[in-house]
Design a protein around this ligand. Structure first.
Ligand code: ADP
Length: 485
């Protein structure tokens, strides 16, 4: 598939440090595999701790000049980067599907979604306003100004190899910061292609650096190096906890986008067709491998059987195929570990009394392909209720009352996304306010937009990405008190 790239120079296999493509200091390489076939797509340089340090140094050297450019000048360069990403959307989607497995149409959507952050923060950087504070003393004038926090580090996951990087790098650059990115080892190609396009856009050397390589070396250095003032991470909750503790020694500002356990609540008064379509969109996007995917489908008793019937039929009709196949709706899971977790959750649910409405087993395509699955009779005794499955399995829980739905929905340590379907506007507010989640979709299963604040409460994380609030995470507020006027 990668042979079909129209611009072969987007396929990079080295680190991007200080504006230069460079082999890792250790001389090691790691294979990047196509999850659909297991074939090797490329061998990418493995960065070391020394490479991570070099990248941090490069970001520190680039910082004064980048942060002192006018916001308008930074916006011009970022806009150029955005345009190049959009211009190369087809090639970027090919790279993304090849290394990650999601259907090509979804990959294209991800590239444009990611590009949206670059466009949005190019503009928002111009609006990093401060305050003029009415004075407490006629001889004084008081101001609050917002300044870039400094050198940033980003550690990103494999499920959105492009968008998770754009979502972090764009606000950092818009704020006037420089950054070092460590992409997930299984999906480095999208990150490197983005760096190549940033280079072509004229983003100055050292402003964006990409260091591939093992988490224990590269990730650890980013989390502990004193020159890094801000660490932004998207990934699993256990790794997020670890990074937060590692970053504590140098008191870094930390943003974390961690696991979710999204409830998808369907009330008796819901529009049934819309609820089924929303559940399919929310559950099976990226084969269920997103932190906002519906993890628990909660359905009120009066609509339960009708919903399950239609939901199972729509699920069974999903086209499972290699992401490059026309019309593919669900690709392979990322790796054998992901597949094992899905199987474990299903076996545990069945042992605790759940039934299979559709799917339930490996797909005939083999490898890590899995059948889109709906289970009924799910209960809180099951692993699938407490843990994020991160796969194409929808367990359906039955509930009777609104209060019961809220209690069930909130019975998790996670608090990222939640969804509810109802046509009662009073209930929209009651339930919307009672849900302990950072993002609530009402009568929709798709909530992502760069202009809206995304992030979790409870153990789903800290900070927000997207919107004007996302810029704050990369800035410090300085109070200036001028006396002697
Ligand atoms: P997943 O289970 O979805 O792969 P992880 O949280 O393990 O999620 O991975 C997300 C990102 O965090 C990846 O870039 C990965 O390499 C990185 N990572 C994993 N473990 C560590 C660690 N101990 N220190 C720093 N980064 C890590």
């Amino acid at each position: 598939a990668i042979a079909h790239l129209t611009d072969q120079n987007l396929l990079r296999d080295e680190l991007y440090v200080g504006g230069v493509w460079t082999p890792g200091a250790g001389g090691e390489h790691a294979p990047v595999l196509d999850p659909a076939s297991g074939d090797e797509l490329a061998r990418v340089a493995e960065g070391t701790r020394a490479d991570a340090r070099r990248a941090i140094d490069a970001a520190a050297v680039a910082l004064p000049k980048w942060s002192r450019l006018s916001a308008k000048e930074r916006a011009r360069l970022m806009r150029r980067w955005y345009e190049l990403i959009v211009e190369h959307v087809d090639d970027l989607a090919v790279l993304l599907t090849a290394e990650q497995g999601k259907p090509l149409a979804e990959a294209r959507g991800e590239v444009l979604y990611g590009a949206g952050f670059v466009e949005w923060y190019a503009e928002e950087g111009k609006r990093a306003y401060g305050d003029v504070i009415p004075t407490n003393d006629s001889g004084r004038r008081l101001f609050a100004i917002r300044q870039p926090i400094g050198v940033c580090a980003a550690i990103t996951p494999w499920n959105f190899p492009m968008a998770m990087i754009a979502r972090k790098v764009a606000p950092a650059l818009g704020a006037g910061c420089t950054i070092v990115v460590k992409p997930a080892p299984s999906t480095p190609l999208s990150a490197l292609a983005l760096a190549e396009l940033a280079d072509r856009a004229g983003i100055p050397a050292g402003v964006i650096n990409v260091v591939t390589g093992p988490a224990e070396e590269v990730g650890h250095e980013l989390a502990t190096n004193p020159a890094v003032r801000k660490l932004t991470f998207t990934g699993s909750t256990p790794v997020g906890r670890l990074l937060m503790s590692q970053a504590a020694d140098t008191v870094k500002k930390v943003s974390l986008e961690l696991g979710g356990n999204a409830p998808f609540i369907v009330f008796d008064d819901a529009d049934l067709d819309a609820a089924v379509a929303g559940a399919i969109a929310s559950k099976f996007r990226n084969a269920g491998q997103t932190c906002v995917c519906a993890n628990r489908v909660l359905v009120q008793a009066g609509i339960h059987d009708a919903f399950v019937e239609r939901f199972a039929a729509a699920t069974a009709a999903l086209k499972v195929a290699d992401g490059f196949t026309d019309g593919a709706e669900q690709g392979p899971l990322i790796d054998a570990r992901a597949l094992a977790k899905v199987k474990d959750h299903i076996a545990d649910a069945l042992a605790h009394g759940a039934s299979v409405a559709t799917g339930g087993d490996s797909h005939e395509l083999g490898g890590t392909f899995f059948q889109p699955t709906v289970l009924t009779g799910a209960t809180t005794a099951m692993k699938i209720a407490a843990e994020e499955t991160f796969g194409p399995v929808a367990p359906v829980f039955r509930f009777e009352t609104e209060a019961e739905a809220i209690e069930l929905a909130n019975a998790t340590e996670s608090g990222l996304a939640a969804y509810l379907y109802t046509r009662d506007s009073g209930r929209v507010w009651r339930v919307g306010e009672a849900l302990e989640f950072g993002v609530v979709g009402v009568n929709t299963g798709a909530i992502s937009y760069e202009g809206a604040p995304f992030g979790g409460v409870k153990q789903s994380g800290l900070g927000r990405e997207g919107s004007r609030h996302g810029l704050d995470d990369f800035m410090e507020l300085k109070y200036l008190c001028l006396d002697g006027i």
